[in-house]
Ligand binder design. Sequence first.
Ligand code: ADP
Ligand code: ZN
Ligand code: ZN
Length: 745
Amino acid sequence: MTEQYADVIIDISHEKVDRVFQYRIPSELMKAVRPGVLVHVPFGRGNQDKMGYVVDISDRTDYPAEKIKMVTSVEDKGMSAESRQIRIAYWLKSQYGSTTIAALKTVLPVKQKRKPLEKKKIVRCLTAAEIEQAAMECGRKHQKAKERVLTALQTEEELPYELIRQKLNVAAATLQTLEKQGYLKIESENYYRNPVRVSDMRESRPVLNETQRHIIEEVLAAYCAGEPGVHLVHGVTGSGKTEVYLGIIEGMLAMGKQAIMLIPEIALTYQTLIRFYRRFGDRVSVMNSTLSAGEKYDQIERAKAGKIDVIIGPRSALFTPFPNLGVIVVDEEHESSYKSESAPRYHARETAIEIASLSGASVVLGSATPSLEAYYRALKGEYRLYEMKERPGGSMLPAVHTIDLREELRQGNRSMFSRKLQELMLDRLRRGEQTILFLNRRGYAGFVSCRSCGHVMKCPHCDVSLSEHRNGMLVCHYCGYQERKPTKCPSCRSPYLLGFKAGTEQVEEAIHREFPKARVLRMDADTTRKKESYEKILSTFADQGADILVGTQMIVKGHDFPAVTLVGVLAADLSLNRSDYRAGERTFQLLTQAAGRAGRGDKPGEVVIQTYQPEHYSVVFAARQDYGGFYGEEIAYRELLGYPPVEHMLAVLIVSRMQEDGEALGKEMTELIRKEMGDAAGLRVIGPTEASIGKISDLYRHTFYLRHGDYQVLVKAKDRMENFCRERALKSQTVQFDFDPINTY
Ligand code: ADP
Ligand code: ZN
Ligand code: ZN
């Protein structure tokens, strides 16, 4: 029997978790020693007895075998929070590919020395009625920032200082003035984050409708019956999903359980936070990217010690080590930000399901436009599916106009705005209502289309659009196919075969030209580089400080602007032409979410979708708000071509100093897989080819793809390639793995 070695970390609260020590496993302990298990080991010169966690097992060692000490014994203490975390780290490493250290660092908070934090809060000094009076006064004087603070204080006696500063975007000087005027007091406290203390009277708790009650009861009943399971809530925007999450979490808390609530960072708004604070008071905490490593560590300690029961946050909140986890909610589960962009490249949805199954917890996924992955499994019966088709207030879904941009050109309209959109924008300006113009710029990835007939240059082998490279070649990033860019459209011979390049700045200029009186705000990666500017633009727009908001996909997320009655999507097909099999899905999601922004108040909304491909199913079904119709078309396409979720895909990215090295390594690895894993029937190896961005920071990038119906076959291939790379001791190349990638390379 071959020797086995255990990688052990002695102290996980140590500042560096990358001190891993190797021990030999005695044969009688082979079965018992597993990742996550607590073991006794001899440590240091005096062979002092210490305890440590096993983080990995291998049959190789980099030290002379005779120098390695032996594991003494296994400590059987059941499954502690730590051992569960380590099991998860090991799972991340094996399912997604990464080093042990990177996986541990994803899961374990690293303790850091820091000064005790001083946290400030704002306490109101007058009665709610007096504050309301003062807020109205400020409103009349157009003191918007003061009005926002006072309005928030009408319902809350206390608010965290940072929440006001960041989420309400109020300057420190404004708060000092309000303090001087006697409206409020700014107080300091010495412990970490004291969430809002809420006056229970004021808590707005709608009477749940039949559907909402049914979902909450079903989820809790399944949990109590010992079948926690995965539940998918498909509900149109504004259908009351958040109330359902609140109800489920409340039920879990009543049973002494804890809850993790995942929200994409960009949708983590003040309005959402306050709803959770109101319901659960100081049992809630927030995790987000503005917290320092030290603050994150504190949160984790509080969770472990049972001082909080609910954590809200993006992806990383998933690793909060609650002792009695009852439910993980993943809101907007289709969001691509749930996929990690660095190794281990885990997906929060899949990881939530794994964590829940280790903890006996339920998972609730929610979305207005579920990912193909989630819906596919729900239809297969792996998840339970619930539909919420109506908005409780009865507010109407908007009327949608689809405009054919080819026809506009034929009619001589060269503006970015179709005649219908111009007419409706003018109408809104006259009535003092607001408009959002949405430019789906993420789609601009060098695709080439004909301005006369809409023809898109596509790969003859793959059904994805070709990308224009600077050398004038059109390249397929899936199979490596190349052709020279034609001078005329192959379909109609028009010479207007162009890459699409309109940006938000050009849109802003066009509005100034065509509607000189309109007040315009622009929101994109350039105007929001600073964190506060994002909130500032949104709050200015919410205060009706502008008539038109122009932006990229960041404006379609989770914000309620009751005065917006018109949404224009300037070029819906931009995202359709990405060289990516998820293009149709993304377009459908973006259009549906964008349309959901119109008419959230009591006035009905209208949506204008401008497109070169009005007949494309993503556009047609989004205009009808018909998820089922879209899903049917899209899944048929994935089935035909063997794309996820029907089959699984592993992208391998090779980064190298020398172009030849990357190319050669790609060839060697694909040959190795073809040779050694040829018996895994149905394994497809595609590539290698140069990546779509062939060079970044002077490093060359090559890529290839593996596809198979069984995820574990791809894991096996990854393990084989990892071994190969280790044996070769690569120096000038690195290899990265990405399972079921969100973006292509
Ligand atoms: P979603 O999360 O699906 O977008 P929300 O839970 O935010 O929906 O609900 C949208 C709006 O409808 C909120 O203002 C919420 O307070 C309100 N709402 C939710 N459920 C009900 C209900 N049963 N009765 C009345 N209003 C409700
Ligand atoms: Zn191709
Ligand atoms: Zn053409």
